[in-house]
Ligand binder design. Structure first.
Ligand code: MSP
Length: 687
């Protein structure tokens, strides 16, 4: 076992904009970063894994204005959804930074002042073309190449003129070019380093405008309150502020800086490998050891994005297939450095063939045969047959080195491919050794025992390696192998030698790790979740109908649409004023218990399910937008609470009469219809 002291490991994701709920693309980045962090912890490093929210800037200010709330209220609400999503995905971050947190604001202001005092930030005036959604200025040359639209997102840019502060980027550019050339690991994959040098650094950099005076939602320049600090200057400093840089307690900073790796999407590698290193040089701080630019998940050839509207919702997928199936897909299917196409068929096939068949069957066959032939106790390995055993033992023995190499190269997908290679070889080994044939011949009993020992030991090694990836499944493998909680058999160092699993260990057969799924049915389901123009129109219609209903109400002197929105959509927002109502108002609601008799899909709708409800003798059709959380069979026979006197409304061509009451958390990660604690008759009044 190695006694080497391992270096602290500091890994970060980008801090995401809380302009809308996060989608599968953000989840892809965070899950991969999580696997890297978990792996480093497993291999004995002290790890700090940071993620967070990038909350300032004009885009957020405008969104908040549209929503009729303050920017702070707006981001607070969305950031709750970030936390819920990361909890759902088993993300093991050590810190979550918000750029509206006091310590962050203080750090950004101190850095700005420090660089101003040093002369690296100076005041001048600027006119340029700006993309607000990306918070980026673009030069004429860049715009020429992109046909006049933002080269990152393809949307129109606008001319902005301001008196601003500038960062003296040109002063540091030669040093940065030298640094990139001398440190080939700094920008990964290597193609991105070439891109940065050839497209940006070598043609010459203009000084960067690092303040804005046309809007307010940002960190104020504390010595010139007309200006707020440019959101990217503010954002990248999260990597230092959370560690306590320039604060009273900077222990984390001393321990973890420089970062081991900043994991970022390829579109923001420019900020991380040009602007950020120059800021660090100006601060006399060491540069991060690596910036890894991962590829995008694309849908129909376009980057999935909140503003393009072609997003896949991770919450719905996890609700349907479980965390580990989705983690596995995001970790294994796409080569981390390049773009990958999101595809439903591959998702389902992967779950069935890799997880249910290859992994699930291997474990269940191994445990079942040990139970059947050896009373559930792992037998001893006594009879070695090289041409058979050498197909798996050397692979299992070398697995830790291969996984280590792949993870150090920031290629979680390759690490998983190595693990699954062993799994497939083990399945083949079962076919070749045919334990059921050996079992028929008493003279082959020791060979049978050896085969099963080798399989159980391989399964242990697989379980150990899977821990950073399949957070729920690895412990279940250990449980079935009877080694749960035994650090000596589940720690990473325990797989440096093949054969540590003691004979006599009691295995326990458990449930299938991954039930097989019906491809056809699931593809239909997944198709219905995919964004389509036609569906969007249906949804728009429903939205419009809702809007019409609201304005009708306000015309009739009922609650204003805005109040109703706050009361209905944001009950959890702290300090929010809810409209008070009298008992008489409440009594207008006819709430009833109803039993779900039938449920079916609504053609062309990705949100709605059509329910047939029994309200105590009266049958009702009620549409409910809960398809992301429930299948058509999930609520049959359950009692729900219905607003029975809601005026009928037509959605997706079907008349819905009533509304099923549900509770949900921020970001709608968890959602549950309300029900009763004991069996109650349908039709009863709720009051
Ligand atoms: N706030 C900035 C980052 C500041 S870091 C100091 C930002 N935020 S973002 O919300 O737009 O998130 C961008 C990141 O999310 C990407 O760099 C990438 O890691 C991830 N992804 C967003 N869409 C994605 C895909 N379609 N595919 C893969 N990753 C995606 O930029």
């Amino acid at each position: 076992m190695s006694e080497k002291i391992k270096a602290p490991y500091y890994i970060t994701t980008p801090i995401y904009y809380p302009s809308a709920n996060l989608h599968i693309g953000h989840t892809y980045c965070t899950v991969n970063t999580d696997a890297l962090a978990r792996y480093k912890r497993l291999t004995g490093h002290e790890v700090y894994f940071l993620t967070g929210a990038d909350e300032h800037g004009q885009k957020i200010e405008r969104k908040a204005e549209e929503a009729g709330v303050t920017p702070q209220q707006f981001v607070d609400d969305i950031v709750k959804g970030f936390h819920a999503l990361w909890e759902l995905m088993d993300i093991s971050h050590d810190g979550f930074v918000r750029t509206t947190d006091d310590y962050h604001i203080a750090c950004v202001q101190k850095v700005f002042k420090k660089l101003y005092d040093k002369g690296d930030i100076y005041k001048s005036s600027y006119k340029g073309m700006y993309c607000t959604p990306c918070e980026s200025f673009w030069t004429e040359t860049q715009l020429k190449e992109s046909g006049g639209v933002c080269p990152d997102c393809g949307r129109p840019v606008e001319e902005v003129e301001e008196e601003s502060y500038f960062l003296n980027v040109s002063k540091y550019a030669p040093r940065l070019i030298e640094y990139i050339n001398e440190n080939p690991d700094f920008i990964q994959p290597p193609s991105r380093a070439k891109e940065m040098l050839n497209n940006f650094l070598l043609p010459g950099l203009e000084d960067l405008c690092v303040s804005r005076s046309t809007f307010k939602w940002g960190v104020p320049v504390d010595f010139d309150d007309k200006h707020v600090i440019y959101v990217w200057f503010d954002a990248v400093l999260n990597y230092l502020s959370k560690l306590g840089y320039l604060a009273d307690n900077d222990e984390l900073f001393k321990k973890f800086w420089p970062a081991s790796v900043h994991v970022v999407g390829k579109e923001i590698i420019r900020f991380h490998t040009i602007v950020w290193p120059i800021m660090l040089m100006a601060l006399d701080l060491p540069l991060p050891k690596q910036v890894y630019g991962h590829g995008w998940l694309v849908l129909d050839g376009r980057k999935m994005g909140k503003s393009v509207g072609n997003v896949v919702d991770p919450v719905a997928l996890v609700g349907r297939y479980g965390v580990d199936a989705i983690r596995y897909f995001l970790l294994s299917e796409f080569q981390f450095g390049i773009d990958g196409n999101f595809n439903n068929e591959i998702l389902i096939t992967r779950i069935n063939s890799d997880l249910a068949n290859d992994l699930g069957n291997l474990l269940s066959r191994t445990v079942a045969m040990i139970e059947k032939y050896f009373g559930g106790e792992v037998p001893e390995a006594k009879v070695y047959v090289s041409e058979e055993d050498d197909t798996i033992i050397p692979v299992a023995s070398a697995l830790h080195e291969r996984v280590e190499a792949a993870m150090n190269a920031v290629h979680p997908n390759e690490a998983l491919a190595e693990i699954f290679r062993l799994i497939r070889l083990c399945n083949k080994y079962i076919d070749v050794t045919a334990p059921w044939v050996l079992a028929k011949d008493e003279s082959k009993r020791d060979r049978l025992g050896t085969v099963l020992y080798n399989l159980a030991e391989c399964m242990r090694i697989v379980g150990v390696c899977l821990q950073p990836f399949l957070t729920r499944t690895a412990p279940r493998i250990f449980e079935q192998l009877g080694i749960s909680g035994n650090e000596a058999l589940t720690g990473f160092e325990s797989i440096e030698r093949f054969g540590l699993l003691p004979a006599g260990t009691k295995v326990v057969k458990g449930e299938a790790l991954f039930p097989r799924i019906d491809i056809k049915k699931e593809l239909e389901y997944l198709e219905s979740l995919m964004p389509k123009t036609e569906e969007k129109q249906e949804e728009k219609k429903a939205e419009n109908a809702e809007k019409a209903e609201k304005s009708e109400k306000s015309e009739k002197g009922e609650k204003s649409g805005k109040d109703e929105k706050s009361a209905r959509e944001k009950p959890e927002a702290d300090g929010e004023k809810l409209t008070e109502i009298s008992y008489d108002d409440f009594a207008k609601l006819d709430l009833r218990l109803a039993k779900v008799v039938a449920c079916e899909e609504v053609p062309k709708s990705k949100k709605l399910l059509k329910f047939t409800l029994d309200l105590g003798g009266e049958e009702r059709t009620v549409l409910s937008g809960i398809k992301n959380w429930f299948g058509t069979n999930d609520l049959i026979g359950k009692t729900v609470v219905v607003v029975a006197n809601l005026a009928p409304r037509t959605m997706a061509g079907i008349e819905s009469h009533g509304m099923i009451l549900c509770a949900s958390d921020a970001g709608d990660v968890h959602l549950s219809p309300l029900t009763t604690m004991s069996e109650m008759e349908s039709g009863l009044k709720v009051r």
